[in-house]
Design a protein around this ligand. Structure first.
Ligand SMILES: *Cc1c(COP(=O)(O)O)cnc(C)c1O
Length: 483
């Protein structure tokens, strides 16, 4: 393992750069900053040639799976291909070198991008305004629930709870708790949708609102959405849409028309900016007209053809991020939407739905489906049948790595035993969907004939099975020469 580090390729005197010779007088660092500020030990840097650096990082980049390598069907995460033109735009120096403390007059172009993206998101959702500050879906959720809280506070309401279906992403109850509410679970019915009777039973004066993922995390459209939003509104609550699954309904349904008051969007999922490995992301929050006054400051507004930062929102929940959020991500999303246009945007969802239904039909004889219904952009398989032979969803996921694919999301949603949540996205061709389906079917054969093979997979990856809990709890990211 240890010779994989670039430090182990280092030899004194190897050089990967060339600089012209010094043509100014040389000064000693201690004369400039004072010796007390100088490091006592020499800085240990690897000494390597340029080709060694290039090869090192090129090889590293292929050790892990990524969407530029092959299919990445991680359900709920929308690991679609990110067009390189988005990166090219974000790397233009007019965007990448702009400083957030520059005078507003000098960053009009950057503000036009942010404002233009806000207009696009409004058109896609029907919402009245957006903040683009939150840096993830989960931070957006917290912002959205704080807006809900402020709304009730201004009305003089004392609310205590927020309703969340049992299929929800774990960040939903976490955000609700952080905002000072208690999460109350609503059951799903046998069709994988919100159980309306259970919802009615749980609605009362304490309910501040409901967080709902549409389509839900089973990949199913909540058909009773109009009744759900009506019931919650009648009880005095607000409707929050977890928009992480927006990829299924772009240009087909407006969240506002379904009765949602607040929505978060994951730009890093739906609008094609790279994600994974912890960021950076962007989770804009959109609201209907009567909640605009609570949005974080500043909003970016226009007057006499000039953009300015509008801090004049006395009822705002305050700032939630430094400056303008993750600006590079906003440039990528704006580029992506501009290039596609409304017809292109609609095609994303149609293709994503078609791909998911095609893949589902190809594998449904080998694996049990949680719900054999038309799915939206993703579907949930269960490995209960394979488990009888001693093979778990986890083993199937690990074996997929040997076939060159990323695993689906496993063990989520939590109401499905041995869940495998598959989201192919619109990026895949019928050929790549077929290759992936063939691998899943072959793995089912292996489960029947040679379960031990799967229990010890993967075989072809740089590392085998990791102790994930320990890896998360005691991170060692620093390498020192004495190590
Ligand atoms: C990804 C996701 C979230 C959280 O978004 P992050 O950007 O990862 O914080 C919330 N809900 C659902 C359904 C998701 O898939």
């Amino acid at each position: 393992m240890s010779d994989h580090l670039i430090f182990h390729k280092s030899h004194p005197g190897k050089i990967g750069y060339s600089l012209p010779s010094l043509d100014v007088p040389e000064v000693s660092p201690s004369d400039v900053v004072g010796s007390e500020f100088l490091r006592k030990k020499e800085l240990h840097l690897p000494e390597v040639t340029e080709p060694e650096v290039v090869r090192h990082y090129t090889n590293l980049s292929t050790k892990n799976h990524h969407v530029d390598k092959d299919v990445y069907p991680l359900g709920s995460c929308t690991m679609k291909y990110n067009p390189k033109v988005n990166d090219a735009m974000a790397n233009l120096t007019g965007f990448s070198l702009v400083h957030p403390n520059q005078l507003v007059e000098t960053v009009q172009g950057a503000l036009a991008v942010i404002s233009g993206l806000e207009e696009q998101l409004k058109a896609i959702t029907g919402m009245s305004r957006f903040t683009l500050q939150p840096s993830a879906g989960s931070q957006g959720e917290l912002v959205g629930v704080l807006i809900m809280h402020k709304y009730h506070e201004m009305q003089g309401n004392r609310k205590k709870t927020v309703l969340i279906p049992d299929t929800a992403h774990g960040t939903n109850p976490a955000s609700v708790a952080m905002a000072g509410y208690e999460a109350v679970q609503v059951r799903s019915n046998e069709k994988g949708r919100v159980d309306i009777e259970d919802l009615k039973n749980k609605l009362n004066d304490d309910v501040a609102g409901m967080m709902l993922t549409q389509p839900n995390t089973l990949g199913l459209f909540e058909n009773d959405i109009l009744e759900i939003t009506r019931l919650v509104h009648e009880a005095g609550g607000l409707m929050y849409m977890d928009g992480a699954n927006l990829n299924a309904i772009l240009g087909l349904v407006l969240p506002m028309d379904m009765g949602f008051d607040i929505i978060h969007i994951n730009l890093h999922k739906t609008f094609s900016t790279p994600h994974g490995g912890g960021g950076p992301g962007s989770g804009p929050i959109g609201v209907v007209e009567n909640l605009v006054k609570f949005l974080p400051v500043p909003l970016i507004d226009e007057k006499d053809g000039q953009y300015y930062l509008n801090d004049d929102l006395p009822n705002s929940i305050g700032r939630v991020h430094t400056f303008f959020g993750n600006f590079g991500i906003l440039v990528r999303a704006h580029t992506y939407i501009l290039l596609l246009g409304i017809e292109g945007i609609r095609t994303i969802s149609r293709q994503a739905i078609l791909n998911a239904n095609y893949l589902k039909a190809r594998v449904k004889n080998a694996y049990d489906l949680f719900q054999d219904d038309h799915c939206m952009h993703e579907f949930v398989l269960t490995a209960v049948k394979q488990k009888k032979a001693g093979v778990k969803a986890l083993d199937i996921g690990k074996r997929l790595l040997d076939y060159g694919f990323h695993a689906p999301t496993v063990y989520f949603p939590i109401n499905v035993p041995e869940a495998m949540m598959v989201e192919p996205t619109e990026s895949e061709t019928v050929e790549s969907l077929d290759r992936f389906a063939d691998a899943l079917i072959k793995i089912d054969d292996e489960a029947k004939n040679n379960p031990d093979l799967l229990i010890n997979a993967p075989y072809s990856t740089p590392v085998r099975r990791l102790d994930e809990a320990t890896a998360n709890r005691s991170l060692t990211l620093r390498w020192t020469p004495d190590h």
